[in-house]
Design a protein around this ligand. Structure first.
Ligand SMILES: [Ca+2]
Length: 266
């Protein structure tokens, strides 16, 4: 009986603590701060306001040129891609169907894939968030020093979920490689799954984009898709400046997303 009483007391204590955790918002906005997004329990990291270097000097594709300075207001970005468990909760809450199951099955801690840009946008809205702009995505991945990969300038096969000679056959749990951390602590920005961004794709957009908070061309046919995936076999695709694109109604089983939050609350 004593054991049962103790278990009941622990249960009551847990219930009392939960609402406090759910309201766990940052008390101050500063670099390194983190909080949990109440809606989907996603961990979110802060990217402080300021300039960063966007694009590449020596690009294989012209669409990364010119390298240029961009100023962004501060924002919060999900530490990892949205997971299968999070996306399933969204589907259940909004009466949607899950995408087709991948060959390795749905695993709760894997990034969700096979979602369209419209699906990703709907999730972000449901979560009280948004898709990152292309500039927000790139700054979160590379910081302010113009580095090539989230961890630095040298390619390292061990530092992201990739298929560069690894014969991978699936995605991996989000955040499973701590060394794949950006200067702000965002994980999996190189590899695991490609990630939708909010912007339309524009081949020459960098030649005319605004220097402050760019949001992409006014229209287009494809949306931005960033960061490479577990399926890519060439290191080139994992560079922070690399620009992928895809029809917003298309879906790839190696493509998912993460969100940004502009106003995280008190
Ligand atoms: Ca990724």
């Amino acid at each position: 009986m004593r054991l049962i009483k103790r278990l009941l007391m622990m249960l009551v204590a847990a219930v009392l603590v939960l609402p406090v955790f759910a309201a766990d918002a940052p008390k101050a906005v500063k670099e390194g701060n983190r909080y949990i997004n109440a809606k989907d329990r996603a961990e979110v990291v802060f990217v402080p306001a300021g300039e960063f270097t966007m694009g590449s000097i020596e690009a294989v594709y012209d669409n990364e040129q010119p390298e240029h300075k961009v100023y962004l207001d501060g924002y919060w970005i999900y530490q990892t891609e949205v997971t299968v468990a999070q996306y399933r909760a969204f589907c259940q809450a909004t009466n949607r169907s899950m995408p087709d199951e991948p060959s390795w099955g749905w695993k709760d801690d894997h990034p969700v894939g096979d979602v369209t840009w419209h699906d990703a946008t709907a999730y972000a809205k449901w979560a009280g968030a948004a898709l990152p702009t292309e500039a927000q995505w790139e700054k979160a991945a590379r910081g302010t020093d113009g580095r090539m990969y989230p961890w630095g300038n040298m390619w390292d096969i061990a530092k992201c979920v990739n298929n560069v000679g690894t014969s991978r056959s699936s995605a991996a749990p989000v955040g499973s490689i701590p060394a794949d951390a950006s200067p702000y602590g965002a994980l999996d920005m190189a590899g695991n799954v490609w990630e939708w961004c909010a912007d339309w794709y524009g081949l020459a957009y960098y030649s005319s984009s605004p220097a402050k908070n760019p949001t992409g061309p006014a229209d287009g046919s494809d949306r931005i898709f960033r960061g490479g995936s577990w399926l890519n076999e060439v290191a080139y695709y994992f560079r922070c400046a690399g620009r992928g694109r895809l029809d917003p109604s298309d879906r790839r089983y190696y493509g998912g997303f993460r969100c940004v939050v502009l106003s995280p609350g008190p």
